[in-house]
Design a protein around this ligand. Structure first.
Ligand SMILES: [Zn+2]
Length: 268
């Protein structure tokens, strides 16, 4: 089984515009037209059985409408997370609504949502998310939308985690896009419920990738592509060639995801 823990798609109505804006922001050619249909067609080609959809509200007013859409498209195959915006007036209400709607976790994007992960104003929100006992995926490291300023460095993430030891946190991009040495030093090996995902991590040097996974433990690394920005199959091939054992690959490809999502998923 293969579970991709990190991909993006948009409602058909806004897909074309959204993917165009993101392409211009990041200068990377997307692999899909932004629609869920096209992502699912690629997952067929790539052998991905299930995938975690991570929506992002870039404005507070978008949370509810995006979360309702995420509910409407979930399936046996698409595991939808919810999005919350720290500046929303109904932030706490939405944190609870997401759980009651049956969405499986939360996504935060510090660069698109304008906050630093270890700011004190976030503490009430992070405590509430910790109490929900569902995974929280956080964009970590460099993002082209904010090239001069990284809003979630590995050091800042470690600082935040020290105050929220029970938070089931998934630090995307191996703990810090383009900051992998810092991630190795400050995040890999942290105990508790700290996970790293492999989204958009194709450029991590192979020997460093292996070192990071071994230090952190393959039980807490999640296979992820960041589709439409990178392909799942390329990440599978990378992980298969860096020297991991079959047991470690099974953990990363699906077992950890299944455990984190509550073992409640139907078999594909
Ligand atoms: Zn992403």
């Amino acid at each position: 089984m293969l579970i991709d823990f990190h991909f993006h798609a948009f409602s058909d109505k806004i897909a074309e515009r959204a993917i165009g804006v993101l392409r211009d922001n990041c200068g990377v050619e997307p692999l899909t037209d932004g629609t869920l249909d096209m992502a699912l067609r690629l997952f067929d080609e790539w052998g991905v059985d299930k995938a975690v959809l991570l929506p992002i509200a870039t404005k507070p007013a978008q949370q509810r409408i995006i979360n309702d859409w995420a509910v409407s498209v979930r399936s046996n195959r698409v595991i939808s997370f919810g999005t919350v915006h720290p500046d929303a007036e109904d932030l706490f209400e939405e944190i609870h609504r997401i759980k009651s709607l049956g969405l499986k976790g939360y996504k935060l994007h510090p660069d698109y949502q304008g906050f630093f992960i270890n700011e004190s104003r976030l503490e009430p929100m992070l405590s509430e998310l910790e109490a929900m006992e569902m995974p929280v995926v956080i964009h970590a490291g460099f993002d082209p939308v904010s090239p001069e300023l990284v809003h979630c460095t590995p050091q800042a993430a470690a600082d935040m985690i020290s105050r929220h030891p029970k938070l089931k946190v998934v630090l995307a991009h191996m703990g810090g896009n383009d900051l992998w040495e810092d991630s190795y030093e400050h995040l890999c090996g942290l105990g508790g419920e700290v996970y790293l995902d492999t989204a958009y991590s194709y450029d991590v040097p192979d020997d460093l990738m292996l070192k990071m996974i071994r230090r952190h433990g393959s039980e807490r690394v999640l296979f992820a592509s960041d589709c439409p920005w990178q392909s799942s199959v390329n990440m599978v091939r990378k992980l298969e060639k860096i020297g991991l054992t079959g047991k470690e690959l099974d953990n990363i490809f699906w077992q950890n995801a299944l455990r984190l999502l509550g073992n409640a998923l139907d078999k594909p």
